[in-house]
Design a protein around this ligand. Structure first.
Ligand code: KIV
Length: 271
């Protein structure tokens, strides 16, 4: 639902229908009103208010420090801008693991205070009780398997996950469990393309990949990375569609020199 109470064009059901038709799903992150307005108007199907806001908006090393209040602030700003896309909000670290009642309270706060459409949570079997409780309240849940950044201190590296047989089999089991529980989709992050394709073929709900190859049902990227706003992050899976770092640096540099040289403002730019 949008703020005006209208159902947005993309629903969780529509995503499953897209998978059935073989139509790929385009998903991008957004964290603020202005960016979300552009992303929605450009035809993105799913907007993720990701906890990557911790990195690209707040400058933290990992996603762990971002709070539920911060996520709600970002999600509210995004929802105000969106009329078509489905808006999914990450439950941040510490708001759903270990206690399913706390998980439900966190998800309810997101749905009530932001008017977003769904929540996303990281993990499989370990967080299944939380997934079930959130779903039982009628809140759509998207799963997230593979490289789950909230577990970075357990992994110790941002390298590709599930290359070994045991981890790959656990991922397949977790994907089945999440689908059986009722998740409407699953993000697969940084896993071998063949494994992502196998999971995508087996599941009826759509898979959305990031660094998981082309055999998935859709793709997601962090908008700051794909627009080239940050130029110090270049994983193999990232395709840059613009060099906004260059464009913005040049524009700001020109502004500084125009101010210093008294070229700005000129006579037409004053009252
Ligand atoms: O927080 C985020 O941006 C994400 C995507 C990388 C999938 O979870």
């Amino acid at each position: 639902m949008s703020v005006a109470g209208k159902v947005r064009a993309v629903t969780t059901l529509r995503l499953t229908e897209m998978k059935q038709r073989g139509e790929k799903i385009a998903m991008l992150t957004s964290y603020d009103y202005s960016m979300a307005k552009i992303v929605d108007a450009a035809g993105v199907d799913v907007i993720l208010v990701g906890d990557s806001a911790a990195n690209v908006m707040a400058g933290y090393e990992t996603t762990l420090p971002i709070t539920l209040d911060m996520m709600i602030y970002h999600a509210r700003s995004v929802v105000r801008a969106v009329s078509r896309a489905l808006v999914v909000v990450d439950l941040p670290f510490g708001t759903y693991q270990g206690n399913s009642k706390v998980a439900l309270e966190s998800a309810i706060r997101i749905m009530k205070e932001t008017e977003a459409d769904a929540v996303k949570i990281e993990g499989g079997e370990e967080i299944l009780e939380s997934v079930n409780r959130i779903l039982s309240a009628g809140i759509p849940v998207m799963g997230h398997l593979g490289l789950t950044p909230q577990s970075i201190h357990k992994f110790g590296t941002y390298n590709v996950r599930a290359k070994e047989e045991a981890e790959a089999e656990k991922l397949v089991r977790d994907a089945r469990l999440l689908e059986a529980a009722g998740c409407f989709g699953i993000v697969l992050e940084k896993i071998p393309a063949a494994l992502a394709e196998r999971v995508s073929k087996e599941l009826k709900v759509p898979t959305i990949g990031i660094g998981a190859g082309g055999g998935v049902d859709g793709q997601v990227l962090v908008i700051h990375d794909m627009l080239g706003i940050s130029n110090d992050f270049s994983p193999r899976f990232l395709r840059r569609y613009a060099d906004l770092h260059g464009v913005m640096s040049e524009a700001v540099g020109n502004y500084v020199s125009d101010v210093k040289s008294c070229d700005f403002p000129n006579e037409k730019e004053q009252y």
